[in-house]
Structures are given as structure tokens and as C-alpha cells.
Design a protein around this ligand. Structure first.
Ligand SMILES: [Zn+2]
Length: 412
């Protein structure tokens, strides 16, 4: 299929360095390697944001209930300012952030707007600001909610876009976009979702205000809505220090391809919700006060009863469902005695098995496909594996093709 998403290529793929000679090329996973320069230090510079907002080159990624606006499942639609101005007043960045916090009024609804960054490969006709130049990108939540007025503006925007044949692509996991767009969508989705879940302060329970162009939330000391009712906002611990803010979460998880002691087999598992014959690498959340390597060893022992020795971190994948960072590892058992599988500890997996490398190689060739879709035309039953857009696939490939392992071995 022509719309098969590509796994991103690192920008420095041809660059020679001691590290790349030693460790081989970097694996870059789907949803990472965004073409945008985030310019995080400009997120509170309102004159910049104001210029970016109204610049003719500027592109808006629109989400409704976290579904991205698309031309097709393989192409995002980027809206222009004119198409969203009803939800984004021209003066939205006119006042400094400190004033917005002081004048906070929880009765007002404003659309969640997030500055994503500049695409510096699109300098022509782009925005020039100080030494930075490119096409600005924003994400905007157009979900109808809040005040009646806000809802009707959102509905107007949605219906005029849908009338052009565009649609909000509803899918539990969107993985059909090309690599660059997938990274832009991942950033948009993760931040819109975090803002939506954090409209109240986690410490005092009162409404919060989006600041830093959608990448922080403040707990303002006053609220015009309460003042009018003759009430005060209670003190809040987050305000007594400089931490009058909450920041977006990223929850680390581990995912691991496990090699047997002789490196001729690989350990894979399947959960109950997988289609038949689909197996994948084991995965789980990193817990507080746990290293990545310890989490890998704990999860594999808990889920499969296998005791690991060495763990090597391989690559990582942002996973915006809702806010994970998957840290991919390759690990090995040092003693064949430790390979015995037991599902009796944590009953999370329906099955876990050691697969011969030959069988895994064949499955990588003909048996991959997204969850819920068919494997390729050559597939005739047997082992199925996740597609290359999943870090699981990259880890399995690295573990068995020896790209990674051989470079380690050759140093021994
Ligand atoms: Zn608070």
C-alpha cells in the first residue's frame, strides 16, 4: 500500500562519529524525530506567539475529542488562521502571562492552543523572528465544550471543515500517518490530552489556567468568578513556592526483546486482547524509584518467570496514548536454568514462549501488520508480529539480525 507509514530516518544518518562506529546507527522510532524545532524558550514570549499566530504560513493541527482533522487516514489537514479565528481571538497573546494569571476568570472558556514549533525546512515565506525562521505550527482543540458561545463557534468551525470533505479520524491508535506528521500529531495529542485532564489543580482542587502556550498550567491566586460571589480562592501549596505550575507528564515504560542464553531464541508473549498468533515483546510501567534496567528485569520475571542478566537500552518511542515514553531494551538470560517460563506470578499474559530465530525472521518478513488488520499476502498462518512502526518490531529485528548484539559481541 502506498500509504504505508515510514519509520523516520535520523537526520545525522550519514555522519561519521566514534559513537556510531562503536554502536551502529541509531534507531529512530515512529512518533519521534519531529521536523519541528520546539523553541521551548519562546513559549512565554507573547510578541513572538502573536506574530506566529497570524502569520500567513502558519499551520494548525485540529483535534476534536483527540481525533486529528485529516484529508485521509494517511494525511493530516493543516488549517489556516482564517479557518479557526472564531475560537482564537487575534488578541489572545496581547497581554503578558503575569497579567493573565492576575485577571483569571474561571467562567471564561478559551480554546486550548499549543505552540508546537517552527518547521525550519520551510523557511521560504516562513516567519522570521530574531535568528529563527520557519513555518509556525500550533495545535488547537476544537472540541465543543464550556460556554454556549464557545460551543457554537467550535461547531461552526467543525461543520465548515467537514463540508469540505475533511474528517476527524477516530481510531484508538492512529498509526497510518507518514513519519513527520505522526510526530507532529503525537505532540499535539499528548499536550491537548494533558491540558484536558488537568483543568483543576491537583493540590487545592480549583480551576487552573493554561500558560506557556499550552505547555504548563498555573493555579492563579484569584478568580474573578469567586470575587464576584464574595468568596476567595483558598491558599494553595503550589503558590507558596516558585512551583506555581504543573507540567505535562511523561510516564516511562519499558519494553524488551529477550534473548536466550545461547542467543538462538527470543522470548515473546501475548495478551488476551491480541489477535490469534500475534506475539510481541514484554512491556510494563517503570515504578517510582526504579531504574530502567531493574524495571526490565522485574517485568520479565513477573510476567514470564524468566530471570535476566544484562540489559542494554536500545532506543525509545514516544507513545501519546496518553503520555508514555517507551524505553526499548534488549536483554539476555545468562544461565539456561533461568529460561524456564512461569505465568503464575502475574497473570497478565495469556502465553509466553521462546521462539527460534528462524521462525521470528520469517514472521518479520511476512507476518507483520497493525493490530486489527490482516498480515501481508504471503502470510499463511503461524507467528505474527507487530509492524515496523511499533518499537517492539525494531527491538526484535535488532536482537535477531545481530546488528546490535554483534557489535557488542565483537568488542568482547
Ligand atoms: Zn492550587
Amino acid at each position: 500500500m502506498s500509504n504505508t507509514p515510514q519509520v523516520p530516518t535520523p537526520a545525522h544518518i550519514l555522519a561519521d562519529s566514534m559513537l556510531s562506529r562503536h554502536f551502529g546507527k541509531e534507531t529512530v522510532n515512529y512518533f519521534s524525530s519531529s521536523p519541528l524545532n520546539r523553541l521551548s524558550f519562546l513559549r512565554s514570549e507573547h510578541p513572538f506567539l502573536s506574530a506566529a499566530l497570524k502569520h500567513p504560513s502558519t499551520r494548525f493541527v485540529l483535534l476534536k475529542d483527540l481525533a486529528p482533522l485529516t484529508r485521509s487516514p494517511a494525511e493530516l489537514y493543516y488549517a489556516k488562521y482564517n479557518e479557526v479565528r472564531k475560537l482564537v481571538p487575534e488578541d489572545v497573546y496581547d497581554r503578558p502571562e503575569e497579567d493573565m494569571i492576575k485577571e483569571f476568570d474561571s467562567r471564561k472558556t478559551s480554546a486550548q492552543l499549543i505552540f508546537l514549533g517552527l518547521d525550519e525546512s520551510r523557511k521560504q515565506d516562513g516567519l522570521a523572528w530574531k535568528i529563527y525562521n520557519g513555518t509556525p505550527y500550533f495545535a488547537l482543540d476544537v472540541t465543543p465544550k464550556g460556554s454556549q458561545e464557545h460551543q457554537s463557534h467550535a461547531k461552526d468551525i467543525i461543520s465548515s471543515l467537514e463540508a469540505q470533505g475533511l474528517s476527524f479520524y477516530q481510531s484508538r491508535v492512529v498509526m497510518s500517518l507518514p513519519a513527520d506528521e505522526a510526530a507532529i500529531y503525537a505532540q499535539s495529542r499528548a499536550l491537548v490530552d494533558w491540558n484536558t485532564r488537568n483543568t483543576f489543580c491537583g493540590t487545592c482542587g480549583h480551576p487552573t489556567l493554561s500558560v506557556n502556550s499550552g505547555t504548563k498550567r498555573a493555579c492563579p491566586p484569584t478568580d474573578a468568578a469567586l470575587v464576584e460571589a464574595g468568596k476567595e480562592r483558598p491558599g494553595c501549596n503550589t503558590r507558596t513556592t516558585l512551583s506555581n505550575l504543573s507540567f505535562p507528564r511523561t510516564d516511562p515504560t519499558i519494553i524488551v526483546a529477550v534473548l536466550s542464553a545461547d542467543a538462538k531464541r527470543i522470548l515473546l508473549g501475548r495478551s488476551k486482547r491480541f489477535p490469534s498468533n500475534l506475539y510481541s515483546t514484554l512491556a510494563g510501567f517503570i515504578e517510582p524509584a526504579e531504574s530502567v534496567e531493574d524495571a526490565v528485569r522485574r517485568e520479565v520475571w513477573e510476567e514470564a518467570g524468566v530471570t535476566l542478566s544484562r540489559v542494554v537500552i536500545h532506543s525509545s518511542q514516544p507513545w501519546p496514548y496518553p503520555a508514555n515514553l517507551m524505553i526499548g531494551a534488549i536483554a539476555q538470560v545468562s544461565d539456561p536454568e533461568h529460561e524456564k517460563i512461569s505465568l503464575l506470578h502475574d497473570p497478565e499474559l495469556e502465553d509466553a514462549k521462546w521462539f527460534e530465530v528462524d521462525e521470528v525472521e520469517e514472521a518479520l518478513r511476512i507476518g507483520t501488520g497493525p493490530l486489527g488488520e490482516q498480515a501481508g499476502p504471503e502470510y499463511k498462518g503461524g507467528l505474527r508480529l507487530p509492524p515496523p512502526t511499533a518499537i517492539a518490531n525494531q527491538l526484535i529485528q535488532a536482537a535477531i539480525t545481530g546488528d546490535y548484539i554483534t557489535s557488542q559481541k565483537s568488542k568482547m
